[in-house]
Each structure stands twice: as C-alpha cells, then as structure tokens.
Design a protein around this ligand. Structure first.
Ligand code: GAL
Length: 322
C-alpha cells in the first residue's frame, strides 16, 4: 500500500496528510504568506465524483478550505472558510455549481483579506469571478458576489499582488483564446478598467491555470494549455510590467514527463522568502475519475536570469535552495 506523505519532506504525487492525519483538500490552490505563517487556500473536493457528460467530471461544491503552516510541510486544517450554499440553487456557491482556483491577498489599506475565485455553473457557461472578504486570514469569508470582469468571460484565474501594492486579476477569457490581465481597484474588490488581452488567439492553444511571480524586476507567468482535467505541457512567459508585452519563453519543466508538467497542471508559484531566484512551483495532478484523490505536485523552481527550470524530485525539502 502507498505510504502517505507525513510532512518530513515534499513527496510530489503522494497522498499528503494534514497534521490531524486527513488528506489535504486544497486543490487549484494558492498561498498567502502573512506574519510568518503560510495559509494555503484551495478547493475542497471531498465528495463523490459525478460524471456529467461531454467529459465533465465534477464534485458538488464543498467550499474553499484553508490550511496553515509555518514550515510548508506540516499543515493544520483551519476549516472550510467559504462554504457552499446548501439551499439556494440561484446562489453562485450553491452545491450544484463550480467554485475553483481561490487565491487570497491582503489589502493593508482596508485591512481585509480578499479572496478571488472562479465561480461557474457545472457546464462552465457562467464564467465569472467571485470575490469574498474576511478580517482574518482563516476567515470566515463573506461572499460579496461575482462579475464578468471587463464584461468578459472569466474561467481559470489567479491574483497577483505587486510590490507597490497594486494587484491584478489574471483570467482565462474569450473561450480560452486569451488571458486577460486586469488591474484591481485599490480596495482589490473590483476592476480598475485598465486591462490587457495577453497571449491572444492561439487557436486550440489558449492558456489557463495561470501562476504569476516576480524575479529580478521582471514578471513571469507559468500556465497550462486547455485540456480539461488532462495534463499538457506548461509554458512560461515574461514581461517588464504586468500590463506590458508578454514574451513566451517555452516549457520550464525538464527531464522525463516534462511534456505533461509531470502529469499535473500549474496553480501557483510561491517565492521563498530571503532566497532570490528560488520558488516552489505548485501544481495539481488531477484524478478526474476520483477528484477528491487528486494529488499535489510541488517542485523547486529556479530562476537563472530569465530562465526558469522545474525538475522532478521524488522527495525533497527546502534545503535544496541552500
Ligand atoms: C481545467 C481547469 C480546472 C477545471 C477543469 C474542469 O481546464 O484548469 O480548473 O476547471 O478544467 O474540466
């Protein structure tokens, strides 16, 4: 029988248990680093996988989980901080819908933790970005509603907070033919009106699952192609500013299985505090027949100039960055 990861080192693709011994449920997630603690937010998919039609496999919405850790290895479940709505079928977060890829950033001016997420109907036709706020990282988050940012479809998304306090919503749009990068208002709760359409019209080769990070004064984005729950090659791109021109640089993954992103899909890139050029690449190894058993693939991402490298490791810890 497979031995689950118990938190002594990262074991990409293995079952990863929280400190209470339960498998971590934080898929399509992202991390907020706040006052020495890491908070991992993600989709709780702890339900039965249903096959709908047209290759759609889904789990009823449970909600967004939050886990906390000081070392990135041992995670405490802080609960479902934005739960599904059980009784109103019209509600964005009703169990029958889709709530994916939550990301949380802190707004120092309003002292609020702001969560953005992809909300949708099970057929993925609603294509909206939802927003929720909390006074504490561990919630509870108050759902404020959803919108089509800049009047455009919004599916896979992430949020990026720049050094100057400005923040951006990055979302797959226009039937996956472009990723929009939209500057948020100063309170992070809406769109400022300034946005660009990046990676425009690469038919059948649109981008999703975006993850943005900064290195050496430049902005980098890892994303996947669009093949649903199935894995495909990652690609990264660079820009001098978030709303600038994005230059595609290729596949950051190397070695065996690089062409499937090690059987996974990007979700977030976490900078290692005090270690320039060192990041953790976070990805999801989806198990579409049993989504609750989807695994996490966390790997070291290293930058050398503008060159990104992600290599497979069976087991590793942060000493690789020493
Ligand atoms: C993927 C997307 C996932 C999920 C899935 C549903 O393309 O990245 O977050 O939406 O499709 O099929």
């Amino acid at each position: 029988m497979e031995r689950p990861g118990v938190g002594e080192c990262f074991e990409p693709g293995k079952v990863w248990l929280d400190v209470a011994g339960a498998p971590i449920q934080a898929h399509g997630g992202g991390i907020l680093y706040d006052c020495g603690t890491y908070y991992w937010f993600g989709e709780n998919k702890d339900g039965e996988t249903k096959f709908v039609a047209n290759e759609v496999h889904r789990v009823d919405v449970v909600g967004i989980s939050c886990y906390s850790s000081r070392d990135l290895l041992h995670w405490k479940h802080e609960g479902v901080v934005l739960p599904a709505n059980m009784d109103d079928p019209a509600h964005d977060l009703h169990v029958s819908k889709v709530a994916e890829r939550p990301k949380v950033i802190y707004n120092a001016a309003t002292r609020q933790y702001v969560m953005w997420l992809h909300v949708d109907t099970y057929k993925y036709e609603y294509a909206r970005a939802g927003v929720a706020v909390s006074d504490a990282p561990t919630g509870p988050y108050r759902y404020l509603g959803s919108s089509r940012p800049n009047d455009a479809e919004s599916r896979d998304m992430t949020v990026f907070q720049d050094d100057d306090g400005s923040a951006y919503l990055i979302y797959s749009s226009e039937r996956h033919s472009t990723l929009h990068i939209s500057r948020l208002t100063p309170d992070y709760l809406g769109q400022s009106g300034q946005f660009i359409r990046a990676f425009v019209t690469r038919p059948l080769n649109g981008r999703e699952a975006p993850a943005v990070f900064m290195h050496d004064g430049h902005y980098f984005m890892v994303s996947s192609g669009c093949t649903g729950w199935d894995a495909n090659p990652a690609e990264y791109a660079m820009a001098r500013s978030m709303l600038g021109e994005w230059q595609v640089l290729g596949d950051p993954c190397c070695g065996p299985d690089h062409e499937t992103t090690f059987h996974a899909q990007s979700t977030f890139v976490l900078p290692m505090p005090g270690r320039p050029g060192c990041f953790i690449f976070m990805a999801d190894r989806w198990q579409k027949e049993n989504l609750r058993d989807s695994r996490y693939v966390w790997l070291p991402l290293r930058m050398s100039g503008s060159h990104a490298t992600i290599a497979w490791h069976d087991r590793w810890d942060c000493s690789v960055f020493a």
